[in-house]
Design a protein around this ligand. Structure first.
Ligand SMILES: Nc1ncnc2c1ncn2[C@@H]1O[C@H](COP(=O)(O)OP(=O)(O)OP(=O)(O)O)[C@@H](O)[C@H]1O
Length: 563
């Protein structure tokens, strides 16, 4: 066992293990509730195909790059010939579905949640909450998770990843789950009413946000079926609630989950789903030991493999592991591969086996790959495509002592209603809030040194518009969903492109407009230029004059005024 533990830990930091490159197939298909998957994917049998993923389809191959439709009526798969483009591989003309395909449109976009195989009661609840059409990543992830695949879900911030994993879980556990059809047996007949899903998030705020999303769907009568286990909250109350309410889903931070579990008050051996939201953060150094314990224990029925000598895949077989983030460094891809059962990488427009992801990362699947890719390139790859395409990025140069005043002028110039301003040191947040308030701008600080109550009150005030500028640190950079947020400001530079991406992603959620402004000193401009290059997005230099945002197009020297 100790030997295995250390191997896994190394997977998080090293970059050298050779990865077998498989050619990957993306496909164009519309999921229907009747789509059938095989029980597992066999990665050793060549490229991934619809059939290898378990779709019962009868695609023919022709020598004219044509894909013929299944012959039977009411076929579960519809493939539009016009949407599938066959690409060349190594100079050899590709033929039929066995060769890599490139996707031109959004192939997974289902028109409704009912197409994805969710139970009617859940769809009713979704409609009641105003969710009518699934996002691309939901259309891709939901049927894949419903077919029991372990998955790594990567798509940009604000694209709906939370429901992408919550919906398939709620359709299998709890009061909204699918009823077995006549003549069909319950999938888990003898199962105790035990914890069936454990969702882990790196911060209390994100944990509570997920709990509220589940509660909304469960409705007031059943909301006790989900229990929060976040740090900072009263632990004995959480333990009492576990005992009294017998929830089927728990959502919490790693430390608190591990604590309650070690005290014997949380029984997760029979758990069917383990979700790691913001997986790259959870597998980082800070959480490593706790996460290791959670990964080792959740979903392992007692008595199954007590000696720990079996192959790790057999030991993981009891649970389905779902790993989620907008940013996926290759080290995380590799760690995820070791914790899941042949996981699939699910993105908005493709699903491929994780093991076929080249070391340059999961994002630039169509770009050139190099086995000697440097660490910083790997970071870059992880950050590209994690940003919503609608975001506009600017930077503004000022002196250190004028940063807060520049922030105030920026908020006015853009007429921003809901602003998140990031700083790196929590001690300096208070000062910035004081300066903003002194100039009549409603502001509040949010950071980890505040108590749970102060944190949730501030967040509530920000969400309901009482606070216009939330001055915060990295605590709020991940997962926080405030749809009204229309401006993100970096008062201090983020440490790298991944941190920039998560901060920036607090605005422009689900296709909304958003601006990101980095306020920096002259000596920091080179870092902004580097971020621009790494992220692959233009970050334009700007000024705030006469209540307007003036943008200089550096290469073309055009001055445009946005007002
Ligand atoms: N199908 C949908 N229709 C309408 N709104 C949706 C849908 N799916 C999700 N949303 C809403 O979109 C917002 C963003 O979703 P979510 O927080 O899951 O994004 P995310 O991809 O997890 O972002 P991040 O990477 O920042 O954590 C939420 O307010 C959520 O309620």
């Amino acid at each position: 066992m100790p030997a295995m533990v250390s191997t896994r830990l190394l997977l998080l930091v090293g970059e050298s293990a050779p990865f077998r490159k498989l050619s990957h197939v993306c496909w164009t298909a519309r999921f229907h509730s009747s789509v059938h998957f095989l029980s597992r994917v066999d990665h050793n049998q060549g490229p991934l195909t619809l059939t290898s993923l378990g779709f019962k389809s009868e695609f023919g191959t022709t020598n004219e790059n044509r894909i013929s439709k299944p012959k039977q009526p009411n076929s579960p798969i519809e493939v539009s010939k016009s949407k599938v483009k066959v690409v060349k591989s190594n100079g050899v003309k590709a033929v039929g579905v066995k060769k890599p395909l490139e996707i031109e449109a959004a192939p997974f976009s289902a028109k409704s949640f009912s197409e994805l195989g969710l139970p009617p009661l859940l769809i009713e609840r979704l409609e009641r909450e105003g969710f009518a059409v699934p996002t691309d990543v939901q259309s891709a992830a939901i049927p894949t998770i419903l077919k029991n695949h372990d998955v790594v879900i990567q798509s940009y911030t604000g694209s709906g990843k939370t429901l992408a994993y919550l919906l398939p879980i709620l359709s299998e556990v709890g009061p909204l789950k699918k009823k077995p059809l006549d003549g069909e047996r319950d999938k888990e007949p003898g199962r105790k009413t035990d914890i069936e899903a454990v969702i882990v998030a790196p911060s209390r705020e994100l944990g509570m946000q997920i709990v509220r999303e589940v509660e909304k769907l469960l409705g007031p009568a059943d909301k006790k079926m989900v229990q929060q286990l976040v740090g900072g909250a009263n632990r004995s109350r959480q333990e009492e609630a576990l005992k009294k309410n017998k929830p089927v889903i728990v959502v919490g931070t790693p430390g608190r989950i591990a604590e309650i579990s070690a005290a014997g008050k949380l029984h997760t051996h029979g758990c069917r789903y383990l979700v790691l939201d913001e997986v790259d953060e959870l597998l980082s150094f800070n959480f490593r030991e706790t996460m290791h314990r959670i990964l080792e224990h959740v979903g392992r029925r007692s008595g199954a493999n007590p000696g720990g000598t079996k192959n790790p895949l057999a030991r993981q077989a009891e649970r389905q592991t779902i790993m989620v983030s907008a940013t996926m460094p290759f080290s995380v891809i590799r760690a995820a591969g070791s914790w899941g059962r042949n996981p699939l990488l699910v993105q908005a427009k493709s699903i491929i086996p994780l093991e076929s992801v080249p070391p340059s990362g999961p994002i630039n699947l169509s770009g050139p790959t190099s086995s000697s890719t440097s660490n910083s390139n790997l970071q870059t790859q992880a950050a590209v495509a994690s940003l919503p395409p609608v975001l506009k990025h600017y930077y503004c140069v000022t002196k250190l002592q004028h940063k807060v005043d520049t922030l105030r002028r920026c908020v006015h110039a853009l007429d921003a209603k809901s602003v998140i301003a990031f700083m790196n040191h929590s001690k300096r947040l208070k000062d910035a809030v004081f300066k903003l308030e002194a100039r009549g701008m409603k502001a509040a600080e949010l950071h980890g040194d505040l108590g749970k109550l102060a944190r949730s009150t501030t967040l509530k005030k920000f969400k309901n518009g009482e606070v216009r500028v939330l001055v915060t640190n990295e605590l709020s950079a991940r997962g926080l969903d405030v749809s009204e947020c229309d401006l993100v400001v970096n008062l201090d530079l983020p440490t790298d492109s991944i941190h920039y991406a998560h901060r920036a992603g607090r605005t422009g959620r689900l296709g909304r407009k958003g601006n990101v402004v980095t306020i920096c000193e002259e000596s920091e401009v080179f870092v902004v230029k580097k971020l621009q290059k790494q992220l692959g997005v233009p970050i334009k230099v700007c000024e705030f004059t006469e209540g307007k945002l003036a943008v200089t197009e550096e290469e073309e020297k055009i001055l445009e005024v946005v007002g």
